[in-house]
Design a protein around this ligand. Sequence first.
Ligand SMILES: [Zn+2]
Length: 447
Amino acid sequence: MREKTSILVVGLIALHFLAAPAYSQAEAKSQILITNARVFDGKSDTLADGMNVLVEGNKIAKISKAQIATSPGATVIDAKGRVMTPGFIDAHIHLMAQMPFAQLRASDDLWIAYVGAQQAKTELLEGFTTVRDVAGNTFSLKKAIDRGLVMGPRIYPSGPMISQTSGHADQRFLTEPPTLLGGHVPFMERQLMGITVDGETQVLTAVRQVLRHGASQIKIASGGGTGSEYDPLDVTEFTLEETRAAVQAASDWGTYVCTHVYNTKGIRRAIEAGVKSIEHGNLLDEPTLQLMKDKGIWLSPQVLTFTGYPLGYTDEQKAKHDQALAGVDNMFTMAKKIGFTKIVFGTDVITNPEVFARNTREFELRAKWFTPAEILRQATSQAAELLALSGPRNPYPGKLGVSEEGAYADLLLINGNPLADISILTKPEENLALIMKDGKIYRNTVK
Ligand SMILES: [Zn+2]
């Protein structure tokens, strides 16, 4: 009986090969051909008209003005002259902090995860196919998205932000003593949202612990923040040695450190220690921005988050928020003046997302200082360049943020031309006709 079965199996396998047509190799990967698109490649100021784009599996296989042959069974989508862009990248978000801090403190991990999963889906349907999460426990959410259990963008997780006692990650009540003096593990640390440590040894331990969870990059804090209650924006956090320790532990794993900081002193110290990305930067001065330009340091600023008060903010926090908002105009005006272009797109919306309507408003807000092409570069190829600094810890080591042959098939078809009017991106339901991530279509209203 067993012998008969194996003869049958061998026979069936032989038949399969005999019957296999010539295109069997191409057939192995599903094909989607998008015809007649106006392509923004993620880098240039102009569109390439009348292009055909072949997606094979999860990559862009071919882009050509000439017709592209497909295998039988390929899906063909006529873009009818719509603009195609790479999927957008938000380089500064917090998927796990989409509720007021008081609620975060009182919630169990599962509730935070469900809310985070909902936010991940929203991000993808707003056109963000990749995000860098810079404080929060997104490790399992990332895994669930990558395995197709949950809908959402690619995630570059930082895991918990690491800061000093009284630093930006220290969200303890004044009545809570530090753990060293017998206090409980603070909620930020329990939920892998933030870790409070002091001294080089503790910094090394914290960074190594976070890398063990699967962080693609490390987030620290080098100055005061608005989300934290007790550190004014002018203070400097972590000594040079502590910051160096973080950079050392990260670079031993082949990756980099980004840091939360508004003020010039904190930025300069972080750069001296080897930090590669300045998160916010609102209060920097021109010589410091010039230093960043000379050293090739990235600036990861946001506007949207400063246009409203996150829910639950105290009067002191609101005042810090206003101070940070007041610095944005100067920061971007200086950047234009000195030709500083290493800027990425980010939103940093925390607490309740409805306070800020939707994250795509950031596109419109930046138009006060930047051209649509500059903003689109910040949200595509430039953000991808920053994310790639994670080197061997890069969870998606292919080409992101560009419409090029060989790049990941993360792309959008847009009704209207965002290079002429970037504000159309604030209405993703109306204007994002097609959303593709990793070769898979998540929305298609192309008729
Ligand atoms: Zn942030």
